[in-house]
Design a protein around this ligand. Structure first.
Ligand SMILES: [Zn+2]
Length: 279
């Protein structure tokens, strides 16, 4: 890689350099930036000094809110950014209530910048947002899903992939059970001996479209568990998690639609019965 390639790769490969929000609020603890890459150092500096607002979920309001930059506390000397070594705290405040505050802590060494703390933790912040999946996942799976999120934010990459893969496999298994129950011609032997890609195709009528289209998610999860490093898994965690959420969102919509149809059908029959009886 020549220097400009290294610069570009450093920026593109890091999902936490996408926006101030992903940098401050989504980045897992101990995520480290190599400041010897000029483009990375520049972006990191820009986000550290970011003074605009961030749209984010507020755990106290229990909904999306706008957060204002409130303060920096730091021992990093500004003019000497490149040479400086020190500690920094950023604070964001919910615009609805000034007691709703997020704190993020960073450590700057000569070569690196790393996140060393966040309060409330990313898990505190992400798990309430996962709550809406509780019903669709069921208690056991919901626990695995949130455990995956919980350990990823503490810098455990491979382990978090194990939990996400289990959530994914359970979704496929549910579809498998339905496909078996509803189709007499379903070849269970063929299914059991097939690779995941083929399995998904065989039960695709019972799966959210997004999952079928993006079934390579499973390959990413499996590669993660067997071949990727902790850091690589953490780097891809957010993308994989969003993929799974997308699948769950689609399931929720399907279920709401089905529930609404059932209710409407019952209500129509009731009225129809009443009208028929009154005649
Ligand atoms: Zn709030």
């Amino acid at each position: 890689m020549d220097n400009s390639e290294k610069q570009n790769a450093g920026l593109q490969l890091d999902p936490y350099l996408e926006s101030p929000k992903s940098f401050h609020l989504k980045m897992p603890l101990y995520h480290t930036f190599d400041l010897s890459i000029g483009a990375v150092a520049e972006k990191v500096y820009e986000f550290l000094c970011f003074s605009g607002t961030i749209d984010a979920y507020c755990i106290w309001c229990d909904k999306e809110s706008v957060f204002d930059t409130q303060e920096y506390v730091y021992s990093i000397t500004y003019g000497e950014w490149k040479k400086s070594v020190g500690f920094r705290r950023n604070m964001y405040q919910c615009s609805r209530n000034s007691n709703h505050q997020y704190f993020i802590y960073y450590l700057k060494t000569k070569e690196n910048l790393l996140k060393i703390g966040q309060w409330p933790s990313i898990a505190d912040f992400q798990i309430p947002q996962a709550e809406k999946y509780r019903k669709i996942l069921g208690e056991e799976e919901y626990k695995e899903f949130t455990r995956g999120i919980g350990i990823a934010v503490h810098g455990v990459g491979i382990g978090s992939f194990v939990y996400l893969r289990r959530v994914f496999e359970n979704l496929i298994e549910e579809a498998h059970i339905m496909a078996q129950a509803e189709n007499k011609e379903f070849s269970n032997n063929e299914y059991l001996n097939a690779r995941m890609d083929k399995k998904i195709k065989m039960v695709k009528d019972y799966l959210p479209e997004f999952l079928v289209e993006n079934r390579s998610l499973y390959a990413i999860l499996s590669t993660g568990i067997h071949d990727l490093t902790e850091d690589e898994c953490l780097q891809y965690f957010e993308t994989v998690k969003i993929g799974i959420e997308q699948i769950l969102d689609e399931r929720i919509i399907q279920k709401e639609k089905a529930d609404k149809a059932t209710k409407a059908r019952e209500a129509i029959q009731k009225i129809h019965g009443k009208l028929a009886n009154s005649k």
